[in-house]
Design a binder for this molecule. Structure first.
Ligand code: UD1
Length: 415
């Protein structure tokens, strides 16, 4: 299994063109199930999760041609309405096929995603939303089975789940009449999906606010769409620069998608400036200790919490991180401790006592973002770090070692 070997302590410099967003591409690719027409999706990152999504679409009956950053998705045969466990277990976002398939065919069967390293991650909000649209739900042999003809309705979420918002929006696009989602997630990826559904022929307004209105239509058409830049990839690399020191320009990074992180980084002493078509980050020395709480967008994103912890490990004082989205998302704390970080975890809070220097060690990635946090720590640390289970990192970052090497880091992949 692949490992990263990182010799830390080198400043990062240069410029980097941010990839297309994984979390935006996934629901958009899955929403192509709404039509038999050809769809062309551009700026798709070459990642393991996208490969899994392509396989999912292919097993359901789509033809997918992937060249460079472009995916061309077209009709191959009548679609199946069953997504089996061997794919769903690899990627929880597979549950997003429920909405579109149910809306089109009146039935769907998706294996129930299990828990994962960062939390239980149930799908009750997805199911309740689809029930409100008129679906009947049954649990069968570990699968979620939903059936019935959907009708427009007012759906109210108890929590702004990103996935549930996407699932219901996508379903509603193919249900003639007006569906209203209240308590919706406000992430930029939701706005991107709304743009895609609009282009397909549905009317969608309010995406980016907590009330989304979808006027669905009976036939949606194929379209061409360019995925937004990945704010989490950008945010992770911005924290790498902040932690290791240096100056990097991030082309295509959107400051408006990264406002909470940028504000926290500035308070910690990093310089972050909007430049034409992107952002420039520069940093020197140890940061000031700044406490953050992860929250749904536009709050501080849980997906950069681990890299943030790595950054704060070397702060000039004590800080606190409260994780309000996932119940077990501090697995990286014990790994960072192996590198000399001082982190005490209690319930949903981590207390970080800044140290003057992290030191290289052998560590292990437990999920995508925890792995990214270890990379950030390793870049800032003195000496050599070996990170195992790099496959987690590969789910969400395209050839991270090549990107970082170009920016001046000493990192290589051992196969
Ligand atoms: C998405 C992102 C993920 C990010 C997360 C939160 C994708 C592919 N993934 O995941 O990177 O970390 O948003 O920003 O876009 N919940 C329930 N019941 C449900 C659904 C969710 O209790 O039916 C809970 C989850 O267990 C979790 C919280 O709500 O504690 C947030 O989950 P959600 O917003 O749904 O995240 P995902 O869409 O899975």
């Amino acid at each position: 299994m692949d490992e990263f070997v990182i010799d830390g302590g080198r400043r990062l410099k240069g410029s980097y063109l941010v990839n297309g967003s994984k979390n935006s591409a996934l629901p958009i690719l899955i929403a192509t199930l709404l039509t038999d027409d050809e769809c062309v999706i551009d700026n798709v990152p070459r990642l393991r999760d996208i490969r899994t999504t392509v396989r999912l679409l292919e097993t359901l009956g789509k033809k997918v041609v992937w060249t460079g950053k472009r995916l061309r998705i077209s009709y191959a045969r009548p679609l199946k309405t069953h997504a089996s466990y061997d794919i769903v277990k690899q990627m929880r976002a597979s549950i997003l096929v429920a909405g579109p398939l149910l809306a089109r065919f009146g039935k769907v069967r998706v294996s129930l995603p299990g828990g994962c390293a960062i939390g239980l991650r149930p799908v009750d909000i997805h199911i309740q939303g689809l029930e409100t649209l008129g679906a009947a739900y049954a649990a069968q042999e570990g699968d979620v089975v939903l059936s019935g003809r959907l009708r427009p309705a007012k759906v109210r979420f108890r929590f702004p789940s990103v996935g549930a918002t996407e699932n219901i929006m996508t379903a509603a696009a193919a249900v003639p009449g007006r569906t209203v989602i209240e308590g919706a997630a406000r992430e930029p990826e939701i706005e991107d999906l709304a743009g895609f559904l609009r282009a397909m022929g549905a009317k969608v307004s309010g995406a980016g606010t907590s009330r989304i209105v979808v006027d669905g239509v009976s036939r949606l058409k194929g379209v061409r769409h360019r995925v937004i830049p990945d704010r989490i990839e950008a945010g992770t690399l911005m924290l790498a620069v902040a932690a290791a020191g240096g100056t990097v320009t991030f082309k295509d990074a959107r400051p408006e998608h990264l406002a909470a992180l940028i504000a926290a980084m500035k308070r910690a002493g990093a310089r972050v400036a909007a430049v034409r078509g992107g952002l420039r980050v520069s940093a020197e020395g140890r940061p000031r200790p700044i406490s953050v709480t992860t929250e749904p967008h536009p709050g501080f994103p849980t997906d950069v919490q681990a890299p943030w912890m790595a950054y704060m490990s070397q702060a000039k004082g004590d800080s606190r991180i409260r994780e309000s989205i996932f119940e077990r998302r501090f697995l990286h704390a014990a790994e960072l401790a192996r590198m000399g970080a001082r982190v005490a975890v209690s319930g949903d809070a981590a207390f970080v006592t800044g140290v003057s220097e992290l030191t290289g060690a052998a560590v292990m990635a437990s999920d995508i973002r925890a792995g990214a946090g270890l990379v950030v720590a390793a870049l800032a640390a003195k000496g050599r770090t070996v990170i195992q289970r790099v496959y987690h990192i590969d789910r969400g970052y395209e050839r991270l070692e090549t990107v970082l090497r170009r920016l001046g880091a000493r990192i290589r992949r051992l196969r």
